[in-house]
Write a protein that binds this ligand. Structure first.
Ligand code: IPM
Ligand code: MG
Length: 372
């Protein structure tokens, strides 16, 4: 298969972790005979420094004409510490989501057997966790009208949702639940918010077309308790943009490191794959950042193009690194490997051998639970 992949390395540890994902995709290219064409484009603080804006037209054009985008990370301390900065790296991410119509943000959270000790939560609570969060990404309070009064003392952000925006992601989430453990949890605040009541009404109606899927509705405040105390009871979680931002962060508590979690942002025309984590500026250039979230993002990219055998090969190589303790220091029991060494190990173990295929490794998936 030929794929044009745009590379948006971004800020902080973005370039170092993305380089490991590229290594792995190159190994896939060689092993499975594909042609991946990589095109780099500027985004974030680097783009602000070079062009005055966090996302240039040139970058948007490269992204729109690519089959997929691999994204590193975004954000710089200089901006985090300055609430008055008008131009901010994060604006690039929001603009990309909007311009490319990436309305479904998919964030799988899976506890791997070899990493079960890694979480601060007790083993008996997190064992067996395998859930996926579908977060609406182009609507709600993130994109509603914003205002600040002239004297700067009153501000507002409008939260708006249309039936259309809710319907398209709801179908995606139900289809995923149908293929997985047949359970969908809608997370909202329908006891208070009008938008949440609309979500509940529409999702309850759509549920009738998926009779095999059990629908549960939880208020966000209750959902975060349930998710922390009993994460393994969840399958697919569907929620709006703001609640999705909050609830997906809990995934890193469950799994014990934000450096392990990937995400896919899907639209009708484009798709972007990125780690959950931010740019971790304190670690920039130190060769200590965990590249696994970025490499798992490449796994999601492969699955998006139905390259399942390839996705499984990379996923297995990652799990082999867990088993052998070839992990960065954020992982308990690690032998203190650096970002590059972990990337090298995983890339070197992406082989299509019979030996690997017969091993009972787990897979991480977009809309799939354990495949093999
Ligand atoms: C995320 C991030 C972004 C968001 C920020 C960086 C704009 O927190 O992807 O979860 O809030 O969506
Ligand atoms: Mg977030």
């Amino acid at each position: 298969m030929q794929l044009n992949i745009a590379l948006l390395k971004g800020d902080g540890i973005g370039p170092e972790v993305l380089n490991q994902a590229i290594k792995c995709l190159k190994a896939v290219e060689e092993t499975f005979n594909h042609q991946f064409k990589f095109t780099e484009a500027e985004v974030g603080a680097i783009a602000i420094a070079n062009s005055g804006v966090p996302l240039t037209e040139k970058t948007i054009t490269i992204c729109k004409s690519s089959d997929a985008i691999l994204f590193g990370a975004i954000g710089e301390l200089e901006f985090d510490n300055n609430p008055d900065a008008k131009v901010r790296p994060e604006q690039a991410l929001l603009k990309l989501r909007k311009e490319l119509g990436l309305y479904a943000n998919i964030r799988p959270v899976k506890v791997f057997a070899d990493l079960v000790e890694n979480s601060l939560l007790p083993k008996k609570i997190i064992t067996g966790t395998d859930l996926v969060i579908y977060r609406e990404l182009t609507g709600g309070i993130y994109f509603g009208k914003k205002s600040l009064s002239k004297d700067g003392t009153v501000a507002s952000d409008l939260c708006e949702y249309s039936e259309e925006k809710i319907t398209r992601i709801a179908h995606m989430a139900f289809k995923s639940a149908k293929r997985r453990k047949q359970k969908l949890t809608l997370v909202d605040k329908a006891n208070v918010l009008e938008t949440s009541r609309l979500w509940r009404k529409i999702v309850t109606e759509i549920a009738k077309s998926y009779p095999e899927v059990q629908l549960e509705c939880l208020f966000i405040d209750n959902a975060i308790i349930q998710l922390t105390m009993n994460p393994s009871k969840f399958d697919v979680i569907l929620t709006d943009n703001m609640f999705g931002d909050i609830i997906t962060s809990l995934g890193s508590v469950i799994i014990g490191s934000v450096g392990l979690l990937p995400s896919a942002s899907i639209g009708d025309k484009n798709a972007m794959f990125a780690p959950f984590h931010g740019s971790y500026p304190q670690a920039t250039g130190k060769n200590i950042a965990n590249p696994v979230a970025s490499i798992f993002s490449a796994v999601l990219l492969l699955q998006h193009f139905n390259l399942h055998e390839e996705a499984i090969a990379v996923s297995r190589a990652i799990q082999k690194s867990f088993k052998k303790g070839i992990t960065t220091t954020d992982i308990l029991g690690s032998n203190k490997y650096g970002t590059n060494a972990v990337g090298d190990f995983i890339a070197a173990n992406i082989v299509d051998s019979d030996e690997n295929l017969s091993l009972n490794y787990e897979n991480i998936g977009l809309g799939r639970s354990t495949i093999i």
